[in-house]
Design a protein around this ligand. Structure first.
Ligand code: ZN
Length: 136
């Protein structure tokens, strides 16, 4: 694992949260992106070498809608940058961590991602993400 790539924060209204985080961080989001497969609208802020990802549900079945219904808005996941997501998934599986997807999937911001079950990590949803390189 390399650095903390981003923190994911569940919000109920992305426009309002974008305005608030723009004030908080003193910078505008550098991109917004809808990820249909996850049922989310996202926006990204660069903060030094890490990022903040805001996530808003696009439908009531979205994992973000369920998270907010259960826990309210707040930190949803922590994402680590990895160099080789396949190798890292094998390593963690061998260590006994429960992976939420068997193969890496395409996430927001040009990444391959895999999630680790919060039960495996003291209640924290962990995301592995690897930049998609052109040859893949
Ligand atoms: Zn994320």
């Amino acid at each position: 694992m390399q650095k903390i790539e981003h923190l994911g924060i569940a919000v109920s209204n992305l426009d309002a949260a974008n305005a608030l985080y723009a004030k908080l961080l003193g910078t505008m989001p550098y991109k917004t992106e809808r990820v249909e497969s996850e049922g989310v609208n996202t926006s990204f802020f660069q903060v030094g070498e890490s990022k903040i990802e805001l996530l808003e549900a696009t439908n009531p079945d979205s994992p973000i809608a369920k998270f907010i219904a259960k826990k309210g808005e707040g930190i949803h996941h922590i994402a680590f940058d990895v160099d080789d997501i396949h190798a890292e998934m094998r390593r963690l599986q061998a260590e006994g961590f429960v992976l939420l997807n068997e193969a890496p999937k395409r996430g927001a911001d040009n990444k391959l991602v895999c999630f680790i079950h919060p039960k495996s990590a003291n209640g924290v949803l962990v995301e592995l993400c690897q930049e998609i390189r052109e040859a893949e």
